[in-house]
Design a binder for this molecule. Structure first.
Ligand SMILES: [Zn+2]
Length: 452
């Protein structure tokens, strides 16, 4: 008993020494991480030195129209980047999409650093962007334009903040790091999609290569438009559903009878009402019936969004089609909702039938502990550069993006780009000072990640 007690006293003393050492060292490293080292300051200085060239480069690519459907324009922007990346020692691949998909393709550029041929040292980073915009060739909004606002730092242009800025941040952060010889190990894969604004279908093909690269990466960083104090660690996923209900066509005077039953429209009302009453409520889960068409006959046009129905007040409805969407925080939540919806759909009123079909669209980017940890490291770099601490955007308020496709396979972080506003409108603008800040932040962050 005494011996045991003595031992525990000793171990307590040792423990308290260890804890105080840990506290000192973590305090020390924290302070250190929120300041720049001498090398990091050199990296930041070289970003500043090439900043005028960086703005010129952004102007050049903004002035190339690359609306998603302008395949030549998207490829032309990719060519500009391929030229730059190959000068930095990257191997480029232009990934063509099948002709019937009607999308330009994607750019994949890769390089492994250091003498390590077995490729097992250093992190594997996936840096993501997209080179298409929402502005077609006939849009009046085509050029990079300077303004007097924000002391002349406000510039307008199509895709200037969504996301030719982010693509440029990646390039100039890498220029600073590689030209200065600061990367000694690790692998960098750059993946720029050419159809983010309207992803080619099927997704399994248009995002197949991206997912393959994600599976062999340790961390995926997407450079969509950012904010001084916010990053994206989670985004909701989305899927579609289609409900088809049929009933027995008969004279309305005998509805509810044993031989006729309730009809398709009453059955559809039951289903939708039960969705509302019993599936609704979980945090982060929403579902929306977007279109409904019912009667004796219903036809759906090829676009999947236009319907024609015919029915009479004295005929029991034979058919109803409802199409809707479903948004969720993670795959479990999606599955739970689908199970409940199927149960409701299967519990039919007399002489009616209903089927519900689900179609996957974007997977959810689940806000994992690892994603938060990646954000905390980026936050430290931002603080060292005089920026505020980063907190996460509410995932329920974030729509789907390309990062959503890779998030199930790799730690992911989004919103590393510069910031401005009015994306997807003819007033899209960027604050050039934030292009500078984001490039510095990205360069130091990548340096730290690759030297961990
Ligand atoms: Zn975008």
């Amino acid at each position: 008993m005494r011996i045991v007690q003595q031992r525990s006293v000793i171990s307590l003393q040792i423990m308290s020494i260890i804890f105080s050492l840990m506290a000192t060292s973590s305090l020390f490293s924290e302070t250190k991480l929120q300041e720049l080292s001498i090398i990091e300051q050199q990296i930041v200085d070289s970003v500043d030195l090439s900043f005028a060239a960086e703005v010129k480069f952004l102007e050049k690519i903004v002035n190339i129209n690359s609306g998603t459907r302008n395949k030549k324009g998207v490829k032309a922007v990719a060519d500009v980047f391929m030229n730059e990346f190959s000068q930095l020692g990257f191997n480029n691949q232009w990934l063509e999409m099948p002709a019937d998909m009607d999308r330009a393709g994607h750019l994949l550029s890769e390089q492994t650093f250091g003498s390590d041929t077995h490729n097992n040292k250093g992190k594997k980073l996936l840096l993501m962007g997209h080179i298409d915009t929402v502005f077609p060739t006939d849009s009046p909004f085509q050029t990079f334009t300077r303004t007097d606002e924000l002391d002349g730092h406000k510039v307008l242009g199509p895709g200037i903040t969504d996301m030719k800025d982010g693509d440029t941040v990646i390039l100039y952060a890498l220029k600073a790091l590689i030209n200065g010889g600061y990367i000694k190990q690790g692998t960098i894969s750059i993946f720029f999609t050419g159809d983010e604004e309207s992803a080619g279908k099927p997704i399994s093909i248009s995002r197949g290569e991206l997912i393959k690269v994600a599976k062999r990466s340790d961390l995926a960083l997407n450079f969509e438009s950012g904010s001084p104090d916010k990053a994206v660690v989670g985004r909701r996923g989305s899927s579609n559903w289609k409900l088809t209900v049929s009933g027995k066509r008969a004279h309305s005077s005998i509805i509810f009878s044993e031989n006729v039953g309730a009809g398709a429209i009453f059955e559809t009302s039951r289903i939708l009402n039960e969705f509302y009453q019993t599936v609704r409520g979980e945090h982060g889960l929403t579902f929306n019936p977007g279109v409904i068409s019912g009667g004796t006959f219903v036809s759906e046009a090829e676009d999947g969004a236009t319907f024609e129905s015919f029915g009479k007040t004295n005929v029991v409805a034979q058919k109803v089609i409802v199409k809707g969407g479903l948004r969720f925080l993670n795959e479990d939540q999606k599955e739970r909702a689908r199970i409940k919806m199927r149960e409701i759909v299967n519990n039919n009123r007399p002489l009616t039938q209903a089927i519900i079909e689900f179609e996957d669209s974007y997977t959810a980017m689940t806000a994992t502990v690892e994603n938060y940890a990646a954000m905390a490291k980026l936050s430290d770099v931002g603080i060292a550069l005089g920026m505020p601490e980063l907190t996460a955007y509410d995932p329920t308020k974030r729509g789907a993006a390309d990062i959503s496709f890779v998030a199930p396979y790799v730690t992911s972080l989004d919103a590393l780009g510069a910031w401005g506003g009015n994306g997807h409108t003819p007033n899209e603008w960027l604050d050039l000072r934030t292009l500078n800040l984001s490039t510095k932040r990205a360069a130091v962050y990548l340096y730290r990640l690759l030297n961990e």
